[in-house]
Ligand binder design. Structure first.
Ligand code: IMP
Ligand code: MG
Length: 182
């Protein structure tokens, strides 16, 4: 796996530090109003490591909801579809949507629109990464870990064709890896 890495964009220590800062920001935001309860809705599979680290820094009473969405084939953004529906009811609850990366915004837009039909008390979004050169204005993120350049990254949950999620750092792969099918 390591020999496929071209360069490390964000090392694991920096991720851990920023996740703790994000948890502090989120904690302060919800401290003011937790009426109705809080559900963290996680967009699988890319967000699972981020979620696991974030919630252990977040000493709030919460439920976890899971929804599975697919959009990318290789490094190309495709049509977003929901593979598995949300497994919990968010009516009247505060929802914090968690995604690994805000790229073209198609994923967050779809999930947000769908959740809002359930009548939650509020919806906020938290992404570990954002590509500001592509993220559209109508899909804002309330909490952002890192703004990154427009490169295809893997690791810390993010995949290329479902591999490399277990890399502890966020990295860019060698061009020949993206070119070939693994
Ligand atoms: P969007 O719908 O274009 O905003 O893309 C969001 C989804 O595409 C994310 O949840 C990721 O799963 C995937 N994605 C976007 N950019 C990357 C990347 O650089 N590496 C890996 N996955 C990505
Ligand atoms: Mg994903």
């Amino acid at each position: 796996m390591d020999r496929d890495v071209d360069r490390i964009l964000i090392p694991r220590e920096r991720i851990a530090e920023r996740v703790r800062e994000l948890a502090d920001e989120i904690g302060r935001t919800y401290a003011a109003d937790m009426n109705g309860g809080l559900t963290l809705v996680t967009i699988l599979s890319g967000s699972l490591i981020f979620l696991a680290d974030l919630i252990r820094c977040l000493p709030l009473r919460m439920k976890i909801g899971l929804i599975t969405v697919s959009s990318y084939k290789g490094t190309t953004a495709g049509k977003v579809s929901i593979l598995q529906q949300l497994n919990t009811n968010v009516t009247g609850r505060h929802v914090l949507l968690i995604d690994d990366i805000l790229d073209t915004g198609g994923t967050l837009r779809l999930v947000r629109d769908q959740l809002s039909t359930a009548g939650p008390r509020s919806i906020r979004t938290c992404v570990l990464l954002r590509k500001p050169s592509k993220a559209p204005a109508d899909v804002p993120a309330d909490f952002v870990g890192f703004d990154i350049e427009d490169v295809f990254v893997v690791g810390y949950g993010l995949d290329f064709n479902d591999h490399y999620r277990n890399l502890p750092d966020i990295a860019v792969l060698k061009p020949e890896v993206y070119a070939g099918e693994r």
